[in-house]
Design a protein around this ligand. Structure first.
Ligand code: 13P
Length: 341
């Protein structure tokens, strides 16, 4: 384990005013998203779309890195340049999703555990040889009557910690992503306690597995009301609750915290990140974005699978990436949304 290298990579991932784009949708997920946008799901469309995202003019001013899917890291640009090489040239650090998805947790109805530890050491070595410098593993925790259970929180924390330790052994920065899901009618208070418990158990497990926090990035879900809760908490309340939850669970030595959008709309996700940075400018760690849907929704719906729309779609990405970059320093204003792409 090269601690200096891990620390340098982690720091660069959360450099001031920069964030990540998650473009690691699995085959079934991208198929669903393409279908919604009226795009045919085939290998070439997936490749062309990922090239559209990475090659959008100017986005490398706002993006420190991108999380790729296994298929993408093995693909090339239309000129035959492997995506990881193409990204390094643009100054976008290549990362890779390495979990194998969520499966039902036996004996615990409604709860999931993430698979993918078997053979992970060998897969990490291969991804490192292809240029990946960080990785991602996502666990999901649902809120409902009696859940998340302590067992589900512990099973997922244990897997996340085993994954993180294997990453660091391979000089790959682990992004640890315990996503407390937004689905449901829960209140922001219920989300706060579920997230707090999840993060406390997670950091205890990471410590037990001798994971080095300065070379680790937390990808957190925001503390937020459920999508079906009648009255949803406002922007400041989300910012305050999320920061309080992190301060009560995450070690100060952690390299950084990035957020997933998790079903929030693009403007909502930007406003929440901005409020946290504007209200709490002196936190122990940088807070930035690692969005998939909140960055990509306007891009996909503009592209529609047509080469004629590539430039317009790329402008949509540059616009959202810029707004989130501003939000990462608390300098975003809602009025900016009136600017046309
Ligand atoms: P969303 O921003 O769409 O939640 O995706 C982030 C992610 O990486 C999910 O694993």
């Amino acid at each position: 384990m090269n601690i200096t290298q891990l620390q340098a990579t982690a720091k660069a991932m959360v450099a001031k005013g920069k964030g990540l784009i998650a473009m690691d949708e699995s085959a079934p997920t991208i198929a669903k998203r393409f279908k919604k946008a009226g795009i045919e799901d085939n290998v070439e469309n997936r490749r062309a779309y990922r090239q559209l995202l990475l090659g959008a003019p100017g986005v490398n001013n706002y993006l420190s890195g991108a999380i790729l899917y296994d298929e993408t890291i093995r693909q090339t640009t239309s000129d035959g340049v492997p995506f990881a090489k193409y990204m390094e040239k643009l100054g976008i650090i290549p990362g890779i999703k390495v979990d194998k998805g969520v499966k039902d947790l036996p004996g615990f109805p409604g709860e999931k555990v993430t698979e993918g530890l078997d053979g992970l050491r060998e897969r990490l070595a291969e991804y490192a040889s292809m240029g990946a410098r960080f990785a991602k593993w996502r666990a999901t925790l649902a809120i409902g009557p009696g859940i998340p259970s302590s067992y589900c929180i512990e099973a997922n924390a244990h897997a996340l910690a085993r994954y993180a330790a294997l990453c660091q052994e391979a000089d790959i920065v682990p992004i640890i992503e315990p996503e407390v899901l937004i689905d449901g009618s829960h209140t922001i208070q219920q989300c706060f306690y579920a997230t707090l418990e999840t993060l406390r158990v997670l950091f205890r497990e990471l410590g037990a597995h001798r994971v080095f926090y300065e070379g680790t990035i937390l990808k957190a879900s925001m503390v937020i009301s459920g999508l079906e809760s009648g009255k949803r908490a406002g922007v400041q309340e989300v910012a305050d609750a999320t920061v309080s939850c992190l301060l009560n669970s995450a070690p100060a030595s952690l390299a950084g915290v990035v957020f997933l959008s998790g079903g929030q709309g693009p403007e909502e996700a930007t406003a929440h990140l901005n409020a946290m940075n504007a209200r709490y400018p002196n936190l122990p760690w940088p807070l930035t974005f690692s969005y998939s849907r909140a960055l990509q929704e306007p891009v996909m719906s503009t592209w529609k699978g047509s080469s004629a729309n590539v430039a317009a779609a790329q402008k949509q990405l540059a616009r959202r990436a810029k707004f989130n970059s501003l939000a990462a320093t608390g300098a975003y204003k809602a009025e900016m949304e009136k600017e046309v792409a």
